[in-house]
Design a protein around this ligand. Structure first.
Ligand SMILES: Nc1nc2c(ncn2[C@@H]2O[C@H](COP(=O)(O)OP(=O)(O)OP(=O)(O)O)[C@@H](O)[C@H]2O)c(=O)[nH]1
Ligand SMILES: [Mg+2]
Ligand SMILES: [Zn+2]
Length: 293
């Protein structure tokens, strides 16, 4: 049997890249098609090639076994990544700040580092960017401003992607695929116009695909999403996934303070200081959602 990595999953077929760089189009054994065992992009697997394959050609095979995952995200659906790059456009479509926090909560749950990439800077004025930068102080994650169109900031993104495996995450139409094309033109990923009527992307990227970068490292281009619900997160653990709240742990009046309306809550005192008011709003919104579940 050979070991390989699932780089694409579509319609019951899995493209598996082996350690020598050969690709195999595989079906999976029955047990690997159901429940938490369903194969996803990034999975390490053992597979059996079917017959001989001429050198250079793509082979076929059967995936026999899923190897343990170091992490996995429900959305975008990927496994075994080293970091998450949240991509959002500043305009067309408008930036969804709450969605950024939703994605970071899921990344934190998997203990994954996060980078926030704010794209399409060419559509707003330098003054707007300045205002945004000051609104993002403090902010618990590194932020880079890019324009895939002008190329501004893309070198910084390229540097972040070097040497590790990143998953891009964000709504449709924010420029995930366009950014990757600008970093590595040979990828020739399909991109799509944002609908003028509804102001949203058209879901151009249909499947997550793991792409190798010439500079070393890899990146998973993913389909955009507009909704992200929390599953398997309890109200008590939510603050663990907000690093700026996590560092304040144990300093509130009540040991089990949820940082809502409790007296002597240090998070209340820190909001506007070390805690960004926008992030605290997101925390309260998510807390409400978790209580309704
Ligand atoms: N003005 C401007 N347009 C951009 C920029 N980046 C991407 N676009 C445009 O935004 C549209 C959507 O880009 P895509 O790369 O397809 O977006 P995506 O995030 O991959 O979307 P999905 O694959 O649907 O999730 C395209 O028309 C791009 O040309 C940018 O920096 N500035
Ligand atoms: Mg895309
Ligand atoms: Zn508190």
């Amino acid at each position: 049997m050979h070991q390989g990595k699932v780089i694409k999953a579509a319609g019951g077929f899995f493209t598996v890249l082996d350690q020598e760089g050969r690709k195999y189009l595989c079906r999976a054994r029955g047990a690997l098609k159901r429940g938490s065992k369903t194969l996803i992009v990034g999975d390490e697997v053992m597979f059996q090639p079917l017959g001989e394959t001429a050198s250079g050609a793509e082979g076929e095979g059967i995936v026999e076994k899923l190897l343990p995952r170091t992490n996995s995200l429900p959305r975008p659906t990927v496994a075994n990544v080293d970091q998450v790059v949240v991509v959002m456009s500043l305009k067309n479509p408008d930036c969804d700040w709450q969605m950024i926090s939703r994605i970071t909560v899921l990344a934190e749950k998997e203990a994954l580092p996060v980078l926030v990439c704010l794209n399409k800077t060419d559509l707003i004025t330098p003054e707007n960017i300045q205002q945004l930068s000051s609104r993002l102080k403090p902010f618990p994650y590194p932020v880079i401003f890019t324009s895939a169109l002008s190329g501004s900031g893309t070198a910084a993104l390229k540097e972040y992607l070097a040497g590790c495996c990143s998953a891009l995450a964000g709504p449709s139409g924010v420029g995930k695929s366009t950014l990757l094309n600008s970093i590595q033109p040979g990828l020739s990923l399909q991109t799509g116009e944002v609908s003028e009527k509804i102001g949203r992307g058209r879901h151009t990227t249909r499947q997550a695909t793991l792409l190798s970068l010439d500079q070393g490292g890899s990146v998973v281009d993913t389909p955009g999403f507009s909704r992200l619900d929390f599953k398997n997160i309890s109200p008590q653990e939510l603050a663990d996934y907000f690093p700026e709240l996590e560092t304040l742990r144990g300093r509130c009046g009540f040991r089990d303070c949820l940082h809502l309306n409790e007296p002597n809550c240090v998070v209340h005192k820190e909001t506007g200081l070390t805690v960004n008011p926008l992030r605290y709003e997101h925390y309260k919104t998510f807390m409400q959602e978790l209580h309704q579940q």
